[in-house]
Design a protein. Structure first.
Length: 221
């Protein structure tokens, strides 16, 4: 249970243990929604600030998004500094993972608004961006005895990370496959074709504005 709680929300860890579904943690191929988020301006902040201030910012940041991750039952794939990767639909399948991910992203963006304002008042240009993609990945635990993590290996994770790299402060960039699953419940705007590092073909990206009747802007955002 302690190992599961390292990368799963408490409710998901409890479900796996109670139902004896540990086999879900074995290596297999599955369809997931991946969400990557990080801070805009963090590198400059860390280079120009005292280490103690960097640690305070990261603790506050992780506390804010951590509560939301648990609320939505996302699986924590990994985090390194300000970069955090989460996945939906693994190891426990859920209904409409793309929609669940976008809903969580909207709540994260709202919560991070107060966070970024606080640090901007202190003179630091901090923003927050998110990228979301959907596709197949190889899933399972990796590591060694005493330190295992749950991993999703595949292009879907890379796309989420690269979309996040392209996101401006406050943007939630999604791939076409995510758009197809949420277009009836989300208002989005077209961003345009993006050339993502490590991805062979340009990808059309969309920015999620809010939860509303969908409307894709005719002009590039």
């Amino acid at each position: 249970m302690g190992r599961l709680r390292r990368f799963l929300s408490p409710q998901v860890a409890d479900l796996i243990v109670a139902s004896g579904m540990e086999k879900l943690l074995q290596s297999h191929r599955g369809e997931i929604t991946a969400l990557f988020c990080d801070l805009r301006g963090f590198t400059r902040f860390s280079e120009t600030s005292d280490p103690e201030d960097v640690m305070v910012l990261l603790r506050d940041y992780h506390a804010v998004i951590g509560q939301i991750v648990i609320k939505y039952g996302a699986t924590l794939e990994h985090f390194a500094g300000d970069g955090v990767m989460m996945i939906f639909n693994a190891p426990v399948p859920i209904d409409k993972p793309q929609l669940q991910a976008v809903r969580m992203a909207l709540e994260m963006r709202d919560a991070m608004g107060t966070f970024t304002q606080k640090w901007r008042r202190l003179g630091h240009d901090i923003g927050f961006g998110i990228g979301i993609s959907h596709g197949f990945a190889t899933l399972g635990t990796i590591g060694f005895e005493g330190r295992f993590d749950y991993a999703a290996v595949g292009t879907v994770s890379n796309i989420a990370s690269r979309l996040c790299d392209e996101a401006k402060p406050g943007q939630i960039l999604i791939s076409p496959r995510v758009l197809m699953a949420v277009e009836d419940t989300m208002k989005v705007e077209l961003v345009g074709e993006l050339t993502l590092k490590g991805i062979q073909r340009p990808m059309t990206a969309y920015n999620v504005i809010d939860a509303a009747t969908n409307h894709i802007a005719d002009t590039l955002g």
